[in-house]
Design a binder for this molecule. Structure first.
Ligand SMILES: Cc1ncc(COP(=O)(O)O)c(C=O)c1O
Length: 393
């Protein structure tokens, strides 16, 4: 089936955080919402049908999980990434961020050091800080406009008794799809210093032309034994509101320990809609995914082209993975508060501020490109007009 991603859907009755929480987050309701990472696209038809069929049953009691659920995930990982996993080592969790937080609470001690690689998805800071662990930043390096890992710095900080590293792969917000050599070098440093790795691979299916996602745990048996991988259908298939993610553990002992944590909170089960939607997504969603990726890549190209011609003052990246465009706005010469206020009050776009991802990134903005192209065109046009207005003052 051919999907049309140009259609602008009305989300006013969709209870969409991206729209309904604009006022709370940005102080105004009249902004074009290009912030929180969900898509403004209708999901794959097989997912809608699976949910409709389940809804038609009209009974929504506690769910059991059929073995076909984890088998569908296993088959997807093997087909898309060449990674053969063990369904016995998979566990459901209501979200990747809840997983990170619960894992930190139960597998590390207060004060333990945890490494993150900034600029990075801001809940990585929160799950470490709010659980009373010690945040250790290993900032990425910008080399000729391209972000790279800083291994010398990682070696240094790794020596200081670190327990865990949160790897973001592909990396939000800078859109890198890490190469095997890069992951290998990082993983070897972690192994050498007894640092366990959580590989947050939630964006792994959203990888664009010329790039390939390498599951971190697939690199070697040693890596697998040291890694806890998180994946989810939520970014790939736009199902964040169903709150289902999957963690793949290295061994049964740690899995049982985590299962007990879920049991104590009584959150072991899927909700009944996430159960059927996840399975339908992984079994029948590929056709939609291929089309949506092509459309999003077209959006990246459109943004590049538009900015080159009309907004040369800002430099958007062309992401290798994720649907999030990292825009270097430093040439605008505005400080943190000025840029924030300019985007909201003069341009009229809500984006994630660079400084959410780390203190030193205040000259950047993150734009969510998973929406109809006409919305992006309107946003960029507003940006151009607002800059012209300043220049003409
Ligand atoms: C790297 C990363 N991890 C996790 C999440 C959120 O996962 P969840 O909604 O399952 O908590 C996001 C959402 O944007 C993300 O970018």
């Amino acid at each position: 089936m051919k999907y049309d991603f140009d259609i602008v859907l009305d989300r006013t009755k969709n209870f969409a955080a991206k729209y309904d929480e604009l006022g709370k987050k940005f102080g105004r309701d009249d902004l074009i919402p290009l912030w929180v990472a969900d898509m403004d696209f209708k999901v794959a038809q097989p997912i809608i049908e699976a949910i409709q069929e389940r809804a038609e049953q009209g009974i929504f009691g506690y769910t059991s999980r059929p073995s076909s659920y984890f088998e569908a995930i296993q088959q997807w990982l093997q087909k898309r990434h060449g990674w053969m996993t063990d369904t016995q080592l998979m566990i459901h969790c209501p979200g990747v961020v809840p997983f990170l937080s619960m894992f930190i609470q139960s597998f590390t001690e207060p004060g333990d050091k945890i490494i993150i690689q900034s600029p990075v998805y801001y809940p990585f800071f929160d799950v470490v800080n709010s659980n009373g662990r010690t945040l250790v930043e290993n900032p990425l390096k910008l080399v000729n406009g391209h972000y790279e890992m800083d291994y010398e710095h990682l070696e240094e900080v790794a020596k200081s008794g670190v327990k865990l590293l949160l790897l973001c792969s592909p990396h939000n917000p800078i859109g890198r799809v890490w190469k095997k050599e890069e992951l290998l070098r990082l993983g070897e440093i972690c192994l050498a210093h007894g640092i366990r790795v959580i590989a947050d691979e939630i964006h792994s299916d959203l990888v664009f032309s010329g790039h390939k996602h390498i599951p971190f745990a697939m690199i070697s048996e040693e890596f697998r034994k040291n890694t806890f991988t998180c994946i989810a259908p939520s970014k790939t298939f736009n199902l964040a509101g169903l709150q289902a993610s999957i963690a793949i553990f290295p061994n049964a002992k740690d899995l049982d320990k985590f299962d007990q944590v879920l049991g104590d909170l009584d959150i072991r089960r899927n909700n009944c809609f996430s159960l059927v939607a996840t399975e339908a997504a992984y079994r029948y969603g590929e056709e939609w995914l291929e089309q949506v990726k092509e459309y999003i890549e077209g959006n990246f190209a459109f943004i590049q082209d538009y900015c080159k011609k009309n907004l040369p003052q800002i430099q958007p990246n062309f992401p290798e993975g994720t649907y999030l465009v990292w825009i270097d706005c430093r040439e605008l010469g505005m400080n943190k508060d000025e840029l924030h206020s300019f985007m909201i009050n003069e341009v009229g776009i809500a984006m994630d501020d660079g400084f959410w991802f780390g203190d030193t990134y205040s000259g950047y903005m993150r734009l969510n490109a998973a929406c109809p192209r006409s919305i992006i065109a309107e946003a960029l046009h507003k940006w151009k007009n607002a800059l012209e207005k300043i220049e003409n003052q």
